[in-house]
Design a protein around this ligand. Structure first.
Ligand SMILES: CC(C)(COP(=O)(O)OP(=O)(O)OC[C@H]1O[C@@H](n2cnc3c(N)ncnc32)[C@H](O)[C@@H]1OP(=O)(O)O)[C@@H](O)C(=O)NCCC(=O)NCCS
Length: 175
């Protein structure tokens, strides 16, 4: 199970979703060190490649969540990453995504999120999905809606280090 879970490849029109490894650290650093990208993510902005290596070493072993790097098919560049896994809320699958700043606004997040949802539906028996975004992060809400989820209410967005707390907009979908 562990090996198969880390070797999944999902192809979309413009992207290859594939597992992340420590060897991706330099490319991943490009967006996780960018405050424009990390602002509404739960992680703290990364300041060194070593921190990214540590996170990727965790990802390589993590069996609780499916992590994917989003590789652009046209040039092989890693442009972002995301994950999908069973959420805290019983029976729901949660997902997330982030992209390097230069790649925003081109539909990539929607393309990748739809592929992760389809993978979970077809291969993992997932039917109930949920996700949420910090309230001002409207683009992410659009991605969730384009994936077929709908707004269900407000909750709380918290960075893992406690440095930021604000309202979240919560979404669900049953497919
Ligand atoms: C959120 C994020 C993943 C969106 O990625 P993307 O590839 O640009 O998303 P898409 O192009 O698939 O769709 C974005 C949608 O939001 C819309 N949008 C973009 N910026 C917007 C803004 N400031 N206000 C309102 N809508 C906006 C786009 O028009 C598009 O909707 P449309 O197709 O209906 O026009 C990207 O901005 C990102 O990586 N942000 C930083 C990390 C992050 O916040 N991740 C989500 C955490 S919940």
């Amino acid at each position: 199970m562990e090996d198969s879970m880390h070797n999944i490849k999902l192809k979309t029109e413009r992207l290859l979703l594939r597992s992340l490894t420590v060897a991706d650290a330099n490319e991943v650093f490009e967006w996780v060190s960018d405050e424009r990208v990390s602002r509404y993510m739960v992680y703290t902005t990364y300041t060194s490649i070593n921190q990214v290596r540590e996170w990727l070493a965790f990802v390589e072993k993590d069996t609780s969540t499916y992590h994917f790097g989003f590789e652009r098919l046209s040039d092989g560049k890693l442009i972002g990453s995301g994950d999908i896994g069973t959420a805290e809320k019983n029976g729901y699958w949660g997902f997330g995504y982030n992209l390097c700043y230069d790649c925003w606004g081109k539909g990539y997040a929607t393309e990748a999120a739809k592929a992760m949802i389809e993978f979970a539906r077809k291969n993992l028996g997932a039917t109930h999905f949920s996700s949420s975004h910090a309230e001002p992060n409207i683009a992410s809400g659009h991605v969730m809606e384009k994936c077929g989820l709908h707004f269900v209410g407000y909750g709380e967005f918290k960075k893992l280090d406690g440095s930021c707390k604000m309202k979240s907009a919560d979404y669900e979908g049953v497919f």
